[in-house]
Design a protein around this ligand. Sequence first.
Ligand code: OAD
Length: 249
Amino acid sequence: MFSHKLLNNLDSSRYVAVLTGAGVSAESGVPTFRGENGLWKKYRAEDLATPEAFSRNPKLVWEWYNYRRSIVKQKSPNPGHYALAAMERHFSEFELITQNVDGFHRAAGNKKVYEIHGNIMRNRCVKCNRLSEEPPFETKDDLPFCSCGGLLRPDVVWFGEALPEKLLKLSYTAAQNCDVFFSVGTSAVVQPAASFPLIAKENGAFTIEVNPERTPISSIVDEVILGKSGEILLSLCSRLKINMTDMSK
Ligand code: OAD
C-alpha cells in the first residue's frame, strides 16, 4: 500500500503538514458535504451557509447549525484523527490545517491545528464579536443573543466570507516550508484550501493524497493512496512505528 519512496520521504522528513476535509470525520459518522450522502445533496448552501441567508432567515440557519451540532455532540474522533495526533507527537514539526468545524482534531490530541473554516461549537456576536462556546445566552424568539444585545451566529466561515487572516497565513507558510504535505479526506474543490497541496508541491514538498476517490489534485500530487483515512493513517503509523498509545485519550 505504501511505496518505498513515500516511506523514505517520511522517514527522513522533519516537517510535516496536513490538510484535512470532511472525509476524515466520515468514519466518525459526521456527514460530508459532497458525494452520495453529502449535505449539499439535501440542502442548498445558499439557504444555509451564507451571510445573506443568515440576514434573511437567522432562525432557519440556526436550526441547521443546531442540527449539525447535535450530530457532532453524539460522535467522537476515529482512528484517523488519533493517527494524526500520534504523527504530531512523532515529527519534529507538524501542522494540521483543517476545513472541518467539528473540533475532532483537538479532541484527538492535535495541538497545532488551524481551523480555517471555524468551529461549529463556538458562537460569535455579530455586534461585538465576542466568542462564546455554548449556552448560557439570552434567547428571544428562539434566537440566541449576546449580553451586549447583539445576535449570536455560529463561528464558522460561510460562503462569500473571508477566512481568518492569521490562520490563512500560517497555512500558507506551512505549505511552503514543509517536507511532506498530506491532503486527507477533502474533495479539493473549495479554495483556498485546495491550493495548499499545490503550493507545497511547487515548493518541493513530497505530496500525498488520502481519499477513497480521486480528486482534481490526484494527478498533481506525488502519491495517491485510495482508501479510508482511518484505515490508511492507522496502518501508515504502524509501518512507520509511530507510537499510538495515546489513542484512547
Ligand atoms: P467534501 O464533502 O467536499 O469532500 C469529502 C471528501 O472526503 C470526498 O472527496 C470523499 O471522497 C472523501 N471521503 C469520504 N469518506 C472518506 C473516508 N472515510 N476517508 C477519507 N476520505 C473520505 O468535504 P471538504 O473537502 O471538506 O465549507 O469540503 C470543503 C468545504 O466545502 C467544507 O469545509 C465546507 C464545504 O462546503 C464550508 O461550509 C465553507
